[in-house]
Design a protein around this ligand. Structure first.
Ligand code: ZN
Ligand code: ZN
Length: 299
């Protein structure tokens, strides 16, 4: 396809998707989630629109093209990044997002806050930092940090702050855990358990010597992600971080298949790029998935 045509198609798709995000209003006690590839999600919860770990920039090695152009994101209330890798905090895109959504606040690991204010040219009043045992309240939405072990559970030597985080997003009676990039570590399961997440979004790209040697830090394997979900029993678990790069992929069907055999009562779902999933909590605390039912596994 000629370059200009591809660019026009991308532009059209981006505008249409942004309009759909704007127009969809989940009912009470419900959230809408759109997966934009890798660990990138748009979450509409308690009337707020949250962009989380969205990777906007075009890159030759991307297998999933950017679905949304930053200049079309005029409706963001919150933009979160779990750690400073391009597929999670996209330096080229964030200033454009700040301009397109002038009211939006940005949330990053507290350790990175000062440097990111400097490097991205964002104002300190808009770029907020969070660390372990801390939460940020933005209107009706609470964002709490859970440390992540991107291979290692690193801490800054001077401050003890964490460079890698996962976030718990709460609002309208719903709790969503987005793990960021992490392996399992002692204490992670209990920390997550305290929040009683309804939805868990977990990386499944795994890790090995070849990738680590080339500087590609690892994540939990699909089996580890399945065990974590099986132990914590959220209403819904979905895999992420497997589709973007050939060198860092995994088959999400192996995750759902394994989960179905080992934890048959655990509900899971494979997201489709750009297609919304609506989750609604009923009085009996059962989470109903009211969209994207195709490819749903488990009970
Ligand atoms: Zn990373
Ligand atoms: Zn990553």
């Amino acid at each position: 396809m000629p370059k200009a045509t591809a660019a026009r198609r991308r532009e059209k798709y981006s505008l249409a998707l942004c309009r759909r995000i704007q127009a969809l209003h989940p009912p009470a006690a419900a959230a809408a989630l759109w997966w934009l590839g890798q660990s990138g999600f748009v979450i509409k919860l308690a009337g707020r629109i949250i962009y989380l770990d969205v990777f906007f920039s075009a890159m030759r090695s991307r297998r999933t093209p950017p679905l949304v152009l930053p200049r079309h994101v005029t409706h963001a209330d919150v933009i979160c990044g779990t750690h400073d890798h391009i597929d999670h905090i996209d330096h080229a895109a964030w200033p454009k997002l700040a301009a397109a959504s002038p009211e939006a606040l940005f949330v990053v690991p507290l350790l990175l806050r000062r440097r990111l204010i400097r490097e991205l040219g964002l104002s300190g009043t808009r770029l907020l930092g969070v660390d372990e045992h801390q939460s940020i309240q933005i209107g009706p939405v609470t964002i709490s940090a859970i440390p992540a072990a991107h291979e290692f559970l690193d801490r800054d030597r001077k401050t003890g702050l964490h460079p890698w985080l996962g976030y718990v997003i709460q609002g309208d009676g719903l709790t969503i855990y987005h793990a960021g990039d992490t392996c399992l570590y002692e204490g992670l399961e209990n920390t997550i358990r305290r929040f009683k997440p309804d939805v868990m979004l977990l990386p499944i790209s795994g890790r090995d010597a070849r990738r680590l040697k080339s500087g590609c830090l690892g994540n939990m394997t699909f089996q580890e992600a399945a065990d974590l979900a099986g132990h914590l029993r959220p209403s819904l678990v979905a895999p992420m971080h497997y589709d973007m790069f050939t060198f860092n992929g995994a088959d999400p069907r192996r995750f759902t298949a394994y989960l179905k055999v080992k934890y048959p009562r655990q509900q899971s779902l494979i997201f489709h790029h750009g297609r919304p999933v609506i989750v609604q909590k009923s009085k009996s605390h059962f989470l109903r998935v009211v969209a994207n039912k195709r490819r749903q596994a488990g009970a």
